[in-house]
Write a protein that binds this ligand. Structure first.
Ligand SMILES: Nc1ncnc2c1ncn2[C@@H]1O[C@H](COP(=O)(O)OP(=O)(O)OP(=O)(O)O)[C@@H](O)[C@H]1O
Ligand SMILES: [Mg+2]
Length: 283
């Protein structure tokens, strides 16, 4: 659905190259995540993809057509959840939704009430947005992006500022979009969000892609193939994962001790993030 080849970008002609040749592709129905330190170029790359920033070099193909040749109809096809939502504060949530929806042909797909209820904002849809908390604004931002039923969705930090319950709602709604066949491209600093949602994640630092893979593959590659067993009385032992079912020491240990936990020693995505992008952060 999205193919990016050698994407380069400078904000100013003489300025630094903030994207230094990105290559990635996102299949239809995939949830793809950009992870990387602040200033890495995540939002810049997304803004180019949703045609807010022009003047890039490289090739971007969306649904088999060069992004440069997509016209106004491109905006019907994509939905964008911006990093810093710019709602009209004096208008109510519903008026904001309707105002931003009025730009689209496909706007009548869902009734407003249904959308607000989806993100647990049903009670506040007729309140001015200036009375909304940050998390409420983020949830309004989400329904603004999906209301015209686009094929491709971009979310810049979709769970930022949300409590765990609202974050889970948003994650479930993103999964739901995927089950409808939509293609989703997110950027996030929440490793848990990336881990739970993304089929593929790409680590980006200083305008370059460091690695792209499914989260599980990263976690295995950066972890140790071991199982750590801890007994209720605080005894801990590690055993190699390979052929663990025939490992006499392991079987004796779990038979002879009341077990409190058994954990495989794969890395967390946070550890992978630090290990992959950490070097680039040092001066
Ligand atoms: N409008 C702009 N003009 C000039 N430079 C910019 C502009 N916007 C961003 N930059 C620079 O481009 C680089 C990439 O910024 P970008 O916003 O894409 O980072 P990011 O990865 O989204 O970071 P964050 O995680 O903080 O959102 C940074 O060095 C930033 O200072
Ligand atoms: Mg950003």
């Amino acid at each position: 659905m999205i193919q990016v080849k050698d994407l380069r970008y400078r904000y100013k002609k003489e300025g630094p190259e903030v994207l230094q040749g990105l290559d990635f592709s996102i299949a239809k129905g995939e949830i793809f995540g950009f992870l990387g330190p602040s200033g890495a170029g995540k939002s810049t790359a997304q803004k180019i993809l949703y045609k807010i920033l022009d003047g890039y070099s490289g090739t971007i193909t969306i649904d088999n057509k060069d992004l440069r040749y997509w016209g106004r109809e491109y905006h019907e096809m994509i939905g964008v959840g911006f990093e810093l939502p710019n709602h009209y504060l004096k208008l109510t949530g519903k008026e904001n939704l309707e105002f931003f929806g009025s730009f689209y042909k496909g706007r009548s797909k869902y009734p407003a009430k249904e959308l607000f209820e989806k993100v647990d904002l049903g009670h506040a849809m007729n309140d001015p947005v200036e009375t909304y908390s940050k998390g409420m604004k983020m949830r309004l931002n989400f329904i603004r992006a999906v209301q015209h039923d686009p094929e491709i969705l971009f979310f810049d930090e979709p769970t930022s500022g949300l409590d765990p319950i609202n974050a889970r709602t948003i994650k479930e709604l993103i999964k739901e979009l995927q089950s409808e066949g939509k293609t989703v491209f997110i950027t996030t600093h929440h490793m848990e969000t990336a881990d739970q949602l993304c089929d593929q994640v790409a680590f980006i630092a200083k305008g370059r892609l460091m690695a792209t893979d499914p989260p599980s593959k990263f976690k295995e590659a950066h972890g140790r193939p071991m199982v750590k067993a801890r007994s209720l009385d605080g005894n801990t032992r590690e055993f190699p994962l390979e052929a663990i079912g025939r490992n006499r020491d392991f079987l004796d240990f779990i038979q002879d001790n009341p077990i409190a936990s058994l954990k495989t020693q794969e890395a967390t995505l946070e550890e992978v993030f630090i290990s992959i992008t950490g070097e680039t952060l040092r001066p």
